[in-house]
Design a protein. Structure first.
Length: 252
């Protein structure tokens, strides 16, 4: 059965939210490469690897150094694209999923962005507050989602990103959900990690949550559990986590 546009967008967001890195493409070459007479430096694309997470609505968040080539490029031209590669462990990568987001990057000083990024990349706390570093959000224009061989879809921004108004309601409860689960339901979190993610070890914690799922962390290990449907209020979050815990107890 052919998937609906809505479900295609959901699948794309799930891939995007699961990835901790992406390839960032900007416009402009490093100074040493731009010395060539072959072209004007600002006319050439430049790709680099960056750490990434998403805001509650699914928009990419980046922590960039102002000294980096890609950051200088963005200052001149805010248009970027980000490739989220879900194929790196595949023996046949061209038949697996990847998403390219096209959009505009904007530097933003929002506490929630910092918290979400460091929850996904805790080692970044060592340099996140350096004077030359800043948080940037990419506002998508759209996305190109290749879910496998012959399964290619273009997704407009209105489908790709969750409603920012609804996600703002979730922002008011996100931290309390994480704190409550880690403080009062550590046994449930361990069950989620072991039985739904198939991970070993004890000491797993929920590092962050959003309307579409929860992120779990144990040391350098990361895992994500998706909700069946987006949730935006505390009652629905509670019911969803209870149902997930029941599933975990049953081992499925």
């Amino acid at each position: 059965m052919e998937k609906s546009t809505h479900q295609i967008a959901v699948d794309a967001r799930r891939l995007i939210r699961s990835e901790g890195t992406a390839v960032l493409a900007t416009r402009g070459l490093p100074q040493k490469l731009s010395a060539s007479d072959e072209c004007e430096a600002e006319d050439w694309p430049y790709a680099s690897l960056v750490e990434v997470t998403c805001d509650l609505a699914g928009r990419p968040l980046l922590l960039l150094s102002g000294l980096a080539v890609h950051t200088q490029n963005i200052i001149r031209d805010t248009r970027v694209s980000l490739l989220f590669d879900g194929t790196r462990d595949s023996i046949s990568p061209l038949t697996d999923g990847r998403v390219t987001i096209v959009g505009r990057a904007e530097k933003m000083d929002i506490a929630g962005h910092r918290n979400r990024f460091l929850a996904r990349h805790p080692k970044a706390v060592e340099y996140a507050d350096f004077a030359d570093f800043g948080f940037w959000r990419v506002e998508p224009v759209g996305a190109h989602f290749i879910a496998g061989f012959g399964r290619i879809n273009s997704i407009p921004a209105r489908e790709l990103v969750l409603d920012p108004v609804e996600t703002q309601h979730f922002a008011d409860i996100a931290d309390s959900v994480v704190e409550h689960m880690n403080a009062d339901h550590r046994d449930a979190v361990e069950l989620l990690a072991r039985n739904l993610l198939g991970r070993d070890g004890s000491g797993w914690e929920i590092s962050s949550c959003d309307p579409e799922g929860v992120d779990l962390r144990h040391g350098d290990e990361f895992g994500r559990i998706e909700f069946e449907e987006p949730v935006f209020d505390s009652d629905t979050v509670r019911r969803t986590l209870v149902q997930m815990t029941r599933r975990a107890r049953l081992g499925r």
